[in-house]
Design a protein around this ligand. Structure first.
Ligand SMILES: Nc1nc2c(ncn2[C@@H]2O[C@H](COP(=O)(O)OP(=O)(O)OP(=O)(O)O)[C@@H](O)[C@H]2O)c(=O)[nH]1
Ligand SMILES: [Mg+2]
Length: 351
């Protein structure tokens, strides 16, 4: 299982100081103590959301600070409370203590909130210290410091997008261009023996997970080649990228290749061919006389299917493909994870 990890530091706001003040007013002799309390510092919450699916943003931004509380003032004015800070994290994240790896919270559904660092309490002003024997106290408390700590976030990645196609069509090369994944790449079939995941980022906020699996051949469902067992890694994805080699040297017929792979997908599970799919013509830089490409274009056009033409070597079409995949994902609802509990609107775990 591929795990995304990030270490973050959270600093809740300090409480504001209490104030020492005395009431001074015309015609009111011997005004009493009137120093207000300091405000509470802002707390930091982690909240799970379905709109994120990687921990990428925490690599750019590992530190979070909430506002401090305002100091108390004269005339019994309470200092303002610091604003809480809510940091969104993807559903499925587990928050751990970084050294002991003690599990702090497991975010299993959207909308769960965990108090990561509590804001400091404000200090009491001198008005609070007055009593019948001590009517003019000159003491006030300082605000308490806000909590701070380091946390480790871990997310088991489920792929959003799966790559399928014959061996040697450039699946691993594509994932290595779009993400930090570095699978083995070589010019012979069945280079990839294990699935490999990579995080593909459009920007700091938008990213998705792509899975590269071993190539398929006709009869894979009967165990030919490496078989079709790796397709189970694609079963839960929301989008399939179907790579078809249009390079001259391959000597293959792209339309036939398309049909063969579709048959293999269907024999593994009918659900697979019902998934949203983008057809991708790969190795465009080596297309040569382009006959294969034209045939594939015609075929896709006739069936009303989008065709994306790319070269993972020159980079042609990669940016467009990434965006097209993102747009498709946005339109495709996420599948409920089997163990997902009903959303709890507000789950304050440790208050
Ligand atoms: N000219 C050209 N060659 C490419 C391109 N993409 C991949 N290749 C080459 O094609 C060969 C196979 O690439 P891989 O990425 O290993 O193919 P794969 O689909 O992952 O293959 P399997 O893991 O065996 O299923 C390698 O020699 C790559 O360098 C491309 O866009 N243009
Ligand atoms: Mg490969």
């Amino acid at each position: 299982m591929f795990i995304d990890e990030a270490k973050i530091r959270v600093y809740a706001g300090d409480g504001g100081n209490g104030c020492v003040a005395f009431r001074r007013e015309k015609y009111v002799p011997r005004g009493g103590p009137s120093g207000g309390d300091g405000g509470t510092g802002g707390s930091i919450y982690l909240e799970s959301s379905e709109n994120l699916n990687t921990l990428l943003k925490f690599r750019y931004n590992p530190e979070y600070r909430a506002e401090r509380g305002g100091h108390g003032e004269g005339s019994n004015c309470h200092g303002s409370n610091g604003k809480d800070l809510v940091v969104t994290i993807p559903v499925g994240t587990v928050a751990l203590e970084p050294v002991t790896r003690e599990r702090l919270w497991d975010f299993t559904a959207p909308g769960q909130r965990f108090l990561a660092a509590r804001g400091g309490r404000g200090g009491r002003g001198n008005a609070r210290f007055a009593n019948s024997t001590h009517q003019a106290p000159r003491t006030a408390e300082p605000g308490r410091p806000g909590e701070h700590r380091e946390m480790l976030l871990e997310l088991k990645l489920l792929a959003d997008v799966g790559l399928v196609g014959f061996p040697n069509v450039g699946k691993s090369t594509l994932i290595s261009r779009l993400s930090a994944a570095r699978p083995r790449i070589a010019n012979y079939p069945f280079t990839t023996l294990e699935p490999c995941l990579g995080v593909v980022a459009l920007d700091e906020e938008r990213s998705f997970v792509m899975a590269d699996i071993p190539g398929l051949i006709a009869g894979a469902h009967q165990g030919r080649g490496l078989g079709d067992r790796f397709l189970k890694h694609i079963e839960r994805t929301r989008l399939i990228l179907h790579l078809i080699d249009v390079a001259e040297q391959s000597g293959r017929d792209p339309v036939e290749d398309y049909a063969t792979i579709m048959e293999e997908l269907a024999s593994f599970s009918p659900g697979l061919i019902a998934k949203p799919m983008l057809v991708v013509a790969s190795r465009m830089d080596a297309a040569g006389d382009s006959n294969r490409l034209f045939a594939l274009r015609e075929f896709c056009h006739g069936r009303g299917m989008e065709l994306h033409e790319i070269s993972a070597v020159t980079g042609e079409g990669l940016e467009e493909l990434k965006r097209a995949a993102w747009m498709k994902l946005e339109k495709t609802p996420k599948m409920a994870t089997p163990n997902a509990r009903a959303p709890e609107a507000f789950q304050d775990s440790n208050r």
